[in-house]
Write a protein that binds this ligand. Structure first.
Ligand code: AMP
Length: 649
C-alpha cells in the first residue's frame, strides 16, 4: 500500500495545521534592507521580506530591542516602558515604530522572520539588526499632582518626577489662573523641587493648576489640570482707632520698603537679594508677556570687598553635606573631585568639587572664589551651574553640577567619528545658546574653546571656566602678545589679539573655532602651525578649511564667525537660529563641501597672487600647506595655472 504522506527531510517540517500531504517547509531566511529613522526618542523601522520564505506564505516578524552602553558593547533588554506600534511580535507588515526610548541612548533592534515551522526548528533564528542612537527629547508629562495644603491665599502642590525625565530636570514650571479667566491672565512660577506653594491668591476663588518639567532639551507637556478653591476670607470688624493704626503701619512699611529698594538699585545695579533663587514669576496680562527686568552681569572686581560678591551670588554649603568620592582632574588652584551633595529636603545629587589647595595666599583664595561669584549669577541649561561654595571649613570648595563626560575636546577625541551630524549640531546649538545667554547679560568669556566646555551623560554641553585669572594663568594654550596679557591665540579674534578689543563679537570668532573643533572631533586648530604663523595667516585672509565630512552649511557659519570686520559676524542669537533650522531640516546637512580641504587657503574668497611663486610646491610651503603637496600632485594640479583655474571654478 502506498504511503499517505512522506517523511520530511532534516531541517524541513510540517506545522500542526498543515495537511499531512502538504509539502515540507523550513523557517525563512532573515529579512533584508532594514532602514531606520530616529525622531527624538522614537525609531521607525522598515525592512523587506526575506529572500527565502521557506516555502510558506505565513511569514511574521518579531522585533527584539536591546539597550547598549556607550563605552562597551554590553547590551541589556530594553525594559517594559518601551512601546511597539502596532506590536512587537507576530507582525504581518514589514514596519514598526518603537517609542518611549530613552534619550541619547544606543539601541540594537533585531528583526527576525518566522513562519509556521520556525518553532519546530532547532536552528538559530535568522535576523537582521540595526544600531540606532536616539536624540534628545523633552521630559514626559507629569501624571499626578496632589494638593497638600490650602489656605485663603495659598495652595501647596506636590507631584512626582515624570516617568521619563530624558535628562536632568532643571526646573518645573507651574502655570495657574483663575478658573475661566485663562484668556485674560495667567501666571507661571518656577520650582526646582517637586513641590511648590503658590501664594498671593484670592480667597474663596477657584484656581486651575498645571505643572510641566524642563530639561535642557526643552519643556515637557503640561500635566492635566487640577482645580483647587482657596479658603473663604473671614470678615473682621475693627474700631476706628485700630483702622487708623493699621493704615499708619502700612504706609510706614511701604515708605521703608521703597527707600530700601531705591538705595539697593543705586548702589549695586543688579542685586540678587531681591530675587527668590528658586522661583521666578512671569505674568501674562492682556495678551502681553511681562518679563522681570533684564539682568546685567556684575563684575566681582567692582566690589570693594570681593567676599561680599561671593556672599551675594553663592550660597554657603556645610561641608557635612558633601561626600568627596574621587579625584577627576586638576585645576589651576587644586584638585577637581567627584562627590555627592545632599541638601535638606532635596535629592542627593552628583557634583564636581573644585578645591583650593592648602597653603594658598589670600589673593589666591579671592581669585579662586571669584569664579563662584561669576558662575552664581548665571542660570541657564548650557552654563555650568553653581550649587554653592564651602568657605567656612577646609578645603575651600566650589560645588558645581557634575559633568560625566568631562571636557568637550578630550571627549570628542575619545569618540572620534562616533556621533551623527545631528548630535554634533545639537552640541553646538547648546554651546551657542549658553553663549547667547552670557552675551545678553553683557558677559564676555574671552576663552571660549572646546577645552572649556563640559559635557554631561546626556551629551548636553555647558560653557564653563569663568575664573578672572584664568586667561593669565590657567590656559596652556594662552600666549603672551605684544600688547601685554596672555591670549589663547588660535581661538581669539584678530582685533582682540592686536589691541585687546574683546567683545561678544570676539566670542563669536572663538565660537567659530569651537565649531571647527567639534566637527573635526577635537583636532587642534591650525594643527602644528606656530602661534606667530597663525596670527600672520589669519591676518592675510587664511581661514580653517572644512573638516572632513563637515556639512557645507556648518563651514559657512564658521566662515561667517571669522569675518575680519567684527560687525559683520553673526550674533549668538542668529547662530542659535541657524543651527535650529539645520536641526529641523537635516537634509541640508547632507551637502558636504568636498573641495574645501583643497581650497582652504582661499576661503576668504580672494584670488591669491600666484605670480610670486615658482611652483605649486613653493606656493603650498609659503601658505603653510606643504603637507598637501602629494594631494595636489595626485589630483593633477601640477602647475599654478591649474590651481588658479580650480579656485575660480
Ligand atoms: P578646570 O579647573 O575648570 O579647568 O577643571 C579641570 C578639569 O576638571 C577639567 O578639564 C575637567 O576634566 C574636570 N572638571 C571640571 N569641572 C568639572 C565638572 N563640573 N564636571 C566634571 N568634570 C569637571
Amino acid at each position: 500500500m502506498a504511503a499517505l504522506f512522506c517523511q520530511c527531510d532534516t531541517n524541513y517540517y510540517r506545522s500542526a495545521s498543515d495537511r499531512p500531504s502538504a509539502s515540507c517547509t523550513r523557517p525563512p531566511s532573515a529579512p533584508v534592507n532594514a532602514l531606520s529613522s530616529v525622531n527624538g526618542t522614537s525609531v521607525n523601522m522598515e525592512w523587506s521580506p526575506p529572500s527565502s520564505t521557506g516555502g510558506r506564505s505565513d511569514i511574521r516578524y518579531n522585533v527584539i530591542c536591546r539597550k547598549c552602553a556607550w563605552e562597551s558593547s554590553q547590551c541589556e533588554a530594553c525594559g517594559n516602558r518601551i512601546r511597539f506600534n502596532p506590536k512587537q511580535m507576530g507582525l504581518t507588515e514589514p514596519a514598526i515604530s518603537v517609542i518611549n526610548l530613552l534619550a541619547h541612548t544606543n539601541y540594537t533592534l533585531k528583526v527576525e522572520a518566522v513562519n509556521g515551522v520556525s518553532d519546530l526548528s532547532l536552528e538559530p533564528r535568522q535576523f537582521i539588526s540595526l544600531n540606532v542612537t536616539t536624540n534628545q527629547a523633552a521630559p514626559s508629562q507629569i501624571l499626578v499632582i496632589k494638593q497638600e495644603n490650602t489656605s485663603q491665599n495659598s495652595v501647596t502642590l506636590m507631584w512626582h518626577e515624570p516617568d521619563q525625565p530624558n535628562g536632568i530636570i532643571l526646573e518645573y514650571e507651574i502655570k495657574y489662573f483663575e478658573k475661566g479667566k485663562e484668556q485674560q491672565s495667567y501666571s507661571t512660577l518656577k520650582a526646582r523641587g517637586t513641590s511648590v506653594t503658590v501664594s498671593n491668591l484670592k480667597p474663596g476663588t477657584r484656581y486651575v493648576f498645571q505643572v510641566r518639567a524642563r530639561t535642557s532639551a526643552g519643556c515637557g507637556r503640561f500635566s492635566q489640570t487640577v482645580e483647587i478653591e482657596t479658603g473663604k476670607s473671614v470678615s473682621l470688624r475693627y474700631d476706628t482707632t485700630t483702622i487708623i493704626w493699621i493704615c499708619f503701619a502700612l504706609v510706614t512699611g511701604l515708605i521703608v520698603l521703597l527707600a530700601m529698594f531705591i538705595c539697593k538699585k543705586r548702589r549695586c545695579g543688579y542685586s540678587k537679594a531681591f530675587q527668590d533663587p528658586d522661583e521666578e514669576k512671569m505674568y501674562y496680562q492682556n495678551g502681553h508677556l511681562r518679563f522681570p527686568d533684564p539682568k546685567i552681569y556684575v563684575d566681582p572686581h567692582t566690589y570693594e570687598d570681593p567676599s561680599q560678591a561671593v556672599r551675594e551670588f553663592a550660597r554657603e554649603i556645610e561641608a557635612s553635606r558633601i561626600k568627596i568620592e574621587k579625584v577627576i582632574g586638576s585645576g589651576e588652584f587644586g584638585e577637581v573631585c567627584y562627590g555627592r551633595l545632599k541638601l535638606p529636603a532635596k535629592r542627593e545629587i552628583p557634583v564636581a568639587l573644585k578645591t583650593l589647595k592648602s597653603g594658598y595666599t589670600e589673593k589666591q583664595r579671592r581669585d579662586f572664589l571669584s569664579e563662584a561669584s561669576i558662575m552664581g549669577q548665571f542660570d541657564h541649561p548650557n552654563i555650568i551651574r553653581l550649587e554653592g561654595v564651602v568657605t567656612r571649613s577646609k578645603p575651600v570648595m566650589i560645588v558645581t553640577d557634575y559633568m560625566e563626560n568631562g571636557s568637550l575636546d578630550s571627549f570628542l577625541r575619545r569618540h572620534d567619528g562616533q556621533f551623527t551630524v545631528i548630535q554634533l549640531v545639537g552640541m553646538l546649538r547648546g554651546i551657542a545658546a549658553g553663549m547667547k545667554y552670557l552675551s545678553d547679560l553683557g558677559y564676555i568669556h574671552r576663552d571660549l574653546a572646546a577645552r572649556n566646555i563640559l559635557v554631561n551623560s546626556n551629551l548636553v554641553c555647558k560653557v564653563s571656566d569663568f575664573g578672572l585669572s584664568r586667561i593669565l594663568e590657567d590656559d596652556p594654550d594662552a600666549a603672551y602678545t605684544t600688547t601685554g596679557g596672555k591670549i589663547p591665540i588660535r581661538w581669539t579674534a584678530p582685533e582682540a589679539i592686536a589691541y585687546r578689543k574683546f567683545s561678544s563679537a570676539s566670542d563669536v570668532w572663538s565660537y567659530g573655532v569651537v565649531m571647527w573643533e567639534v566637527t573635526s572631533y577635537g583636532e587642534r586648530p591650525y594643527w602644528n602651525m606656530t602661534n606667530r604663523d597663525v596670527i600672520k595667516s589669519v591676518e592675510e585672509g587664511y581661514r580653517l578649511p572644512a573638516p572632513m565630512g563637515c556639512p557645507a552649511a556648518l563651514h559657512q557659519l564658521m566662515l561667517d564667525c571669522w569675518q575680519k570686520d567684527r560687525n559683520e559676524r553673526p550674533k549668538f542669537i542668529q547662530i542659535v537660529s541657524v543651527l535650529d533650522k539645520l536641526i529641523r531640516n537635516p537634509t541640508t546637512l547632507k551637502i558636504i563641501d568636498t573641495t574645501s580641504r583643497l581650497n582652504s587657503p582661499f576661503l576668504n574668497r580672494n584670488i591669491p597672487n600666484f605670480t610670486s611663486f615658482a611652483s605649486v610646491d613653493e606656493w603650498l610651503d609659503v601658505i603653510k600647506m606643504g603637507r598637501y603637496k602629494d594631494n595636489f600632485a595626485a589630483a593633477g594640479y601640477l602647475s599654478l595655472g591649474l590651481v588658479m583655474r580650480m579656485n575660480i571654478e
